[in-house]
Design a protein around this ligand. Structure first.
Ligand code: G6Q
Length: 545
């Protein structure tokens, strides 16, 4: 049956229309026990998830969880963890959970226990990073490697880049750089900082055919060979890939290749060999702690009842606003500079996974799917776009992420940061009434005339929903758990919306399109496009020097 025709969906629609669309958080908070009712604490991971500042009551929660039950999430969860090929358009299993499986249990794909290969690659990564960091692995001229450059894009860049930033405090290995954009400026600016004798390039590409990555890798190769000769490649290049032939063709010794597999989706690959730059920066043990945190979140997701299950609750709240309140986007706002790439990373995970229109029956859906996600770290965002969240015409639910004990301690920076972290969701929920606004204006000595003029501008309607996620600490383990928490949220939403969260045909299209136009820019070929595209290309060819 069509999702929106199910009794669960209709009940939610009714409940929204009849009740919740006109309920205010101020009224919901007359219940003093609301925090206890709508928060979840994971003691083992040091995570507190407070979702009390959402426009929900007991009935909403029940109806949302009825929707989860009707989606048969339980069966789908078993399928994903056990290696069933739930990515049906690519006929692939989806096993990022196996990459961080800390139990002794086997996981089978096509009758083969994938845990054997996974453990072998982890051991190879451990040996390599230990050697690199200790100086056992040397450059071609006998010098220790001081700089590591990860060349990759999309899933082969965003995850490890975000984690390296998030764990910078723990970084005690070589400096790690990331090059992703095919814009030559990206690699140019990195290469100019490097000494070829002490630099190592990690070419990270699942397919080893991606235009941006291969162009950057070839530029890096040329730069190195010009300085140190062909023989130096084996000491200065390693590859992370599923494609052995292409790696060999490029000239990288396949002994220096760290393998992963088709059951690892690009945007879910930081747990695989794609995490190698992380292990170079912080050491293999910390990389393993990251995996352990994700594994513990996997266990929470698999075993906690849905009423107490953080990813499930996050997922249904997202659906509540996306599909019933018609919210056009949501934000993730980390109050930690270390997490400054977290939202950028999540944009890919979330929007590439659930930005889909076709359901499991191959039909076009008639409801909204993937949420639009954006954000910047607090408090920077407060001085820019928060205005629209507070007083604009759109509802934008927010996830606030804070750290109780930051790794660094400088003066009272952290109290100041967290005072903002606590104040914003409070203000968003409760706003400022007309009476409060007038009172404040009077107290500041404003004239009667100005009070009349200013009052409407000083009112904050409130009733803006937020989640507050507090980590006791930002460690590799809690970070791993935080990432996995969002991964499972995305999975649950995909199941409810009945889309394939694990293919990305839109990305594949992008990979093909530019190849048609490239020869035209090199004036090797002429094609007919629409008049806008053709004129733009002609203009480019006329102006270019
Ligand atoms: C991720 C996407 C995409 C992919 C990049 C890089 O899920 O598929 O972002 O990771 O296009 O692909 P390669 O790793 O094959 O170079």
């Amino acid at each position: 049956m069509e999702l929106i025709q199910t009794k669960e969906w209709k009940s939610l629609q009714n409940h929204y229309e009849q009740k919740m669309k006109s309920v205010h958080l101020r009224d919901l908070f007359k219940d003093n026990d609301r925090f206890n009712k709508y928060s979840i604490r994971l003691e083992n991971l040091g995570i507190l998830f407070d979702y009390s500042k959402n426009i929900i009551d007991e009935e909403t929660k029940k109806l949302l969880l009825d929707l989860v039950k009707a989606s048969d999430l339980k069966t789908w969860t078993e399928k994903i963890f056990s290696g069933e090929k739930i990515n049906w358009t690519e006929k692939r299993a989806v096993l990022h959970s196996a990459l961080r499986n800390m139990s002794d249990n086997s996981v089978f794909v096509d009758g083969k226990d994938v845990m054997i290969d996974i453990k072998n690659v982890l051991a190879k990564m451990e040996k390599f990073t230990d050697d690199l960091r200790s100086g056992k692995w040397l450059g071609a001229t006998g010098k220790k490697i001081k700089s590591v450059v990860n060349i990759g894009i999309g899933g082969s860049d965003l995850g490890p880049r975000m984690v390296c930033e998030a764990l910078k405090y723990y970084a005690d290995g070589p400096a790690v750089y990331f090059v992703s954009n095919v814009d030559g400026a990206d690699i140019y600016e990195v290469l100019k900082k490097l000494d070829p004798e002490t630099s190592l390039f990690i070419v990270a590409s699942k397919t080893f055919t991606t235009q941006e990555t291969m162009t950057n890798a070839n530029t890096a190769r040329k730069w190195l060979v010009e300085k140190l000769g062909e023989n130096a490649i084996k000491n200065h290049f390693v590859a992370l890939s599923t494609n052995k032939e292409k790696v060999a063709e490029f000239g990288i010794d396949t002994n220096n290749m760290f393998e992963f597999w088709n059951f690892v989706g690009g945007r879910y690959s930081l747990w695989s060999a794609i995490g190698l730059p992380i292990a170079c920066a912080v050491g293999f043990n910390k990389f393993k702690e990251l995996l352990t945190g994700a594994y513990e979140m996997d266990m929470h997701f698999k075993t906690a009842p849905i009423e107490q299950n953080i990813p499930v609750i996050m997922a249904v709240l997202g659906i509540w606003y996306n599909n019933f309140f018609n919210a056009q986007s949501y934000t993730v706002l980390p109050y930690s500079q270390y997490l400054h790439r977290f939202t950028a990373f999540l944009q890919q995970s979330d929007m590439e996974s659930n930005g889909k229109t076709i359901n499991r029956n191959g039909e076009k859906v008639n409801y909204q799917t993937g949420q639009v996600l954006w954000g910047e770290p607090g408090t920077n965002g407060q001085h820019s776009f928060y205005q629209l969240i507070h007083q604009g015409t759109k509802m934008i639910p927010c996830d606030f992420i804070g750290i109780v004990n930051p790794p660094e301690k400088i003066g009272d920076h952290h109290e100041k940061l967290l005072s903002n972290f606590f104040a914003q969701p409070e203000a968003l929920a409760f706003g400022l009434t007309k009476e409060q606004a007038i009172e404040a204006l009077k107290a500041s000595g404003t004239s009667e005339e100005d009070i009349r003029m200013l009052t409407p501008h000083k009112i904050f309607e409130g009733n803006k929903p937020t989640n507050s996620i507090l980590l006791d600490e930002l460690t590799p383990k809690t970070l791993g758990a935080l990432i996995a928490m969002y991964e499972h949220k995305i999975f649950v939403q995909g199941i409810i919306w009945q889309v394939n969260s694990y293919d990305q045909w839109g990305v594949e299209l992008g990979k093909k399109l530019a190849n048609v136009i490239l020869p035209e820019l090199k004036q090797e070929k002429e094609n007919v496009h629409d008049c806008s595209t053709s004129s733009l290309i002609k203009h480019y060819n006329k102006i270019k020097k």
